[in-house]
Design a binder for this molecule. Structure first.
Ligand code: SF4
Length: 96
């Protein structure tokens, strides 16, 4: 059954998405699926790039520096849609 944002049960901001930047390939379905515009695609900084793992840097070389970023964590309703839709399994919801 397809989940909608009406299925969200948590208070906004209790859980927040955490992006594994070593896994994210910047494909962006998480951006499109989020009903609350919590995420956006943006290029990672040189400093963030420096701290990626070997495989993270390899992925970034192939797919570019655009990766999902959490811009409005307070608006996350913990619906899990972004977690489900990510083809790289790069998103987890974590308690603040
Ligand atoms: S769980 Fe993901 S899709 Fe759902 S509100 Fe939070 S960031 Fe948006």
């Amino acid at each position: 059954m397809k989940q909608t944002h009406n299925d969200c049960k948590e208070e906004p901001g209790l859980l927040v998405p955490v992006i594994d930047l070593n896994a994210c390939e910047g494909k962006g379905p998480c951006i499109d699926v989020c009903p609350y515009h919590v995420l956006e695609m943006d290029s990672i900084s040189d400093d963030t790039y420096k701290h990626l793992s070997f495989f993270g840097k390899l992925k970034t070389a192939v797919h570019g520096r655009d990766k999902a970023q959490v811009i409005k964590p307070d608006l996350c309703h913990s619906c899990g849609l972004c977690v489900t839709v990510c083809p790289e399994k790069a998103i987890k919801l974590k308690r603040r």
